[in-house]
Design a protein around this ligand. Structure first.
Ligand code: GDP
Ligand code: MG
Length: 178
């Protein structure tokens, strides 16, 4: 039986340039991966309907479209978002060390104080690793975030990252019920 769409949720993807934000989004929405994709040529946002715990939720997922390089994400990017995916690259300690900066920007601009946060350690398919799973988990716990390691290239963890985030949003009624 066809179910009604529950609601439209606004989800953000943030993190340093080159960590794989656009790749994770395209893997999730179109099930594609383009290794030639020039870093940071992003889409603005994509819409996808997801079935979660018997509910259909329509997701509007916003990508930074490369603006993060210039640190010019505007308040309207953050406005009204119920969920955020904060991405680092497990092969780049530098990308991990910038997570606090992203969280404070989120805190500054987010209009919902109980926004649900998912930390994603991307590129686990690579031989090189500079951030252990343990360190990712520790950071996530400290900042009350969900956590998963993933690879946009092999698909591992990608679907889960979005599903678990949306599940948690739906379990937090005050967040999405208008
Ligand atoms: P963004 O700047 O955060 O949007 O990053 P992109 O999605 O543009 O990805 C930056 C580069 O990393 C591109 O060359 C991608 O092909 C590559 N990349 C993204 N995700 C993965 C991954 O999971 N594994 C590997 N090996 N490369 C990835
Ligand atoms: Mg991008």
């Amino acid at each position: 039986m066809e179910q009604d769409v529950l609601t439209t949720l606004k989800i953000l993807i943030i993190g340093e340039s080159g960590v794989g934000k656009s790749s994770l989004l395209l893997r999730f929405t179109d099930d594609t991966f383009d290794p030639e994709q020039a870093a940071t040529i992003g889409v603005d946002f994509k819409v996808k309907t997801l079935q979660v715990e018997g509910n259909r939720a329509k997701l509007a997922i916003w990508d930074t479209a490369g603006q993060e390089r210039f640190r010019t994400l505007t308040p309207s990017y953050y406005r009204g978002a119920q969920g955020v995916i904060l991405v680092y690259d497990v092969s780049s300690r530098q990308s991990f060390s910038k997570l606090e900066t992203w969280l404070s920007e989120l805190e500054t601009f987010s209009t919902k104080h109980d926004i649900i946060k998912m930390l994603v350690g991307n590129k686990i398919d690579m031989d090189k690793r500079e951030v252990s799973k343990e360190d990712g988990l520790k950071f996530a716990r400290k900042h009350h975030m969900l956590f998963i390691e993933a690879s946009a290239k092999t698909k591992e963890g990608v679907q889960c990252a979005f599903e678990e985030l949306v599940e948690k949003i739906i379990q937090t009624p005050g967040l999405w019920e208008s």
